[in-house]
Design a protein around this ligand. Sequence first.
Ligand code: KG4
Ligand code: ZN
Length: 340
Amino acid sequence: MRVLGIETSCDETGVAVYDTTAGGSAGLRAHAVYSQIALHAEYGGVVPELASRDHVRKLLSLVRQTLAEAGLTTADLDGVAYTAGPGLVGALLVGAGTARALAWALDVPAIGVHHMEGHLLAPLIEDDPPEPPFVALLVSGGHTQLVAVDAIGRYRMLGETLDDAAGEAFDKTAKLMGLPYPGGPQLAALAEQGTPGAYRFARPMTDRPGLDFSFSGLKTQVLLAWQQSDQSPQTRADIARGFEDAVVDTLAIKCERALDAAGSDTPACNTLVVAGGVGANKRLRARLQAMCVQRGGRACFPRPALCTDNGAMIAFAGALRLQAGQHDDAQVKVVARWDM
Ligand code: KG4
Ligand code: ZN
């Protein structure tokens, strides 16, 4: 089954074709992402109306480009998957409307996919994919969640953030130290030049039991440290390093707890799947891999390009659902907020 995937939930237009007969990474016939970062940078954040308009401008040419790269035409498609939420409603409607129209014209089924399920399944697009049960850490700009994956489609929420998401904390912290939007990756790059231990921030909510997170207090601690510092480039790098270490440590502590809670005699306790934009963070990847290896298990990540928003994860998640016989009726329905 060849499925076209369309992602337009925020500021990235993503399109891909996934072929289930090949499977693994070979199944990903082509994928392309157009980022609107330059468009939103001058506003310091995503402007929803501009995002929708830019998706309209780019989406069809990206569909054409992706099909050409895959060596396919629309006649080769067996289904169309699109992100139905959560996200910006206007932006989601562009992808949903286009996907529905294409599916109708081609007389193939269409399916709306949960954006976070897309992220969660992205590591399965890589070779030697993990098999459920496993524990998933989803860390994006809008979500920070620990999920027990009993089977594909059977998810139990173990913990989530009570305020800012991890990516949001990266972006806000970068902004308060004067880095341009979206600051997460830039803050991470800056942290590479920082002196470890020069600044030490709290590891929020690790001193009590539980799997929930809270990152907004950390941001306030950084603000105070920044305001009281000499604000030199080296100090900025040192604070960035202190912040990154605090987030990475906090996530690692909670992941280990979640693996412990999954039970010592089940495979889930040793397999951690990490996805979402912050999953591209090098220090987080190294730390979580080391923690899992020490337990005799492994951490599975998608390649960095499939950690951040993309169409491949939507094509893949949609293909699994379509293969299982699911599809939506002809309505164009999207939702801003949606529990997975
Ligand atoms: O998954 P994603 O592309 O979009 C959402 O669904 O939110 O995640 C974007 C988030 C942003 O907050 C961005 O700053 C963060 O992921 N991010 C990173 C890195 N790359 C992207 N945060 C830390 N280190 C990185 N290398
Ligand atoms: Zn995302």
